[in-house]
Design a binder for this molecule. Sequence first.
Ligand code: NOJ
Length: 560
Amino acid sequence: MEKRWWQEAVVYQIYCKSFCDTNGDGIGDLRGVRSKLPMLKELGINCIWFNPIYRSPQVDNGYDISDYQDIDPTYGTLDEFRELLAEAHTMGIRVIMDLVLNHTSNQHRWFQESRKSKDNPYRNYYIWRAPKEDGKEPNNWGNYFYEGKGSAWQFDELTGEYYLHNYSWQMPDVNWEYEPLRQEMYRMMRWWLDMGVDGFRLDAINRLKKPEGLPDSKKPPAPPVGIYGYVVDRAICTNVPGIHELLRNINKNVWSKYDCMTVGECGNLSSDGALDYISQGNKEIDMLFHFEIGKNPDIITVREYKQTQQRWIDLMKHNAWITQFLTNHDSPRQVSRFGNDREYRVPSAKLLATLTHTMPGTPFVYQGEEIGMTNVYFDTIEDYNERYTVGKYWTMIEAGEDPETALGKLRDMSRDNARTPYQWSDDENAGFSTGKPWIRVNPRYREINYRADRDSKDSIFDYYKRLIALRLSCPAIIDGDFRFLLMDHPQIVMYLRSCARQTLLVAVNFSDDEVPVQFPEELDGFVWERLLTNLDGSTPVMDRRDVWMPWEAEIYQMIG
Ligand code: NOJ
């Protein structure tokens, strides 16, 4: 595969709204990010992904963009962004922007024009349909945010038609069939790339193409939205025939003209259909985020984790590249989800990082995981902010669920788990802001915060530093071969990474239990040096060969 800079990227995801507030309005800002660049440099990352910071009414925390070519005033100004970009580049840190091409805000000028009349030049920028004969919505699709009575269509009295919104009614889907819309989007992307940004994380990118004729979903309507007859069918607008041609066109007109990185968010996509998107020869996107591990709502067993990784890693034999991540702004905190955020919070946080940073592919760190931040469990729905949790909660209540059960079902997976303010210290508001934060701080901030972690001899941040530095100095990790050992073991994850110059062994005990040591015979007769452990002071497992301690993680290099 042709070598590209993003294969050696270690990306740090910044949810600006919750990162660092410097003006006391309770919302993180660009100055805050800028003040933390030295800390990110120290961590060792070399690329930042900004969640959307464009001008936006913030219905969905910036995924509802009202001006693609401006920064939201709560975050700062375009000039401040340019300064930040320049400074990051001077420090050797690239910057990618989150780009939402599937929908805009209903406050976007295009939509404001579009709704004015059926013959407005912007009418076809969006997807309008006349009501059915009985006045009902054009089809039975439900919106993903469980808003209103659940339909994905919003009636607009001004022209007597419905427009499509797969997400909130305040986020109308745009119409990629319409050439003038495409050209506007191309121009806008070039504008950012010409400014110097290094690429894009592409929101909901496999949803741009809608199915011909917008047919009803055949899925049976499931409560709670189903009680109104609408169907939340996330598959119906994903991977629709024609999506690849659409992406190839964007690539040809925009991305291919720059040395940029594109990483697409692709829900409803298994490894089977992924190559079409990421095979380099197809010239679509460079890599993608799938939902099969980090964002899969079902709890995954250790064996399933290995099998899933194997399927994705196998794609790399076909001229393709993958991502490694366990969390983001839409998922629970990884240490709560996959680790043990109580008695083994520190070792399990380190163990999860060990996997992400030594498996094949580009690793992504979500802000706060490097200090072991955990899920938040608010007691009342009023403390939750994000549209999905709130929308689904009230729909469940309307469908007859009692409040406690409804909240109980939503809490673990709520996207707000990842969105509470960064815990910088045990000062008021966790040192995030001198004002009232836009969302409550996780009450565990007194115990879990950046300052406490850095002061601890068991610092997670420090482990990340060593891990990232190790990764970037090991050719076997960046693009070496990969092979699982003990594939069927229910607790141990073990694999070899090797290239002509180096062989590494990564082995972790992905469980709360002490596990009897077992090594495959093929490792006997070699000499191994331990490069990293998450249990400082422990004797290498290779030497003691008794039991793996709970959440123990080690990296070895073969030296003879
Ligand atoms: C995926 C984003 O990651 C999520 O936060 C957002 O709500 C939806 N797409 C809609 O843009």
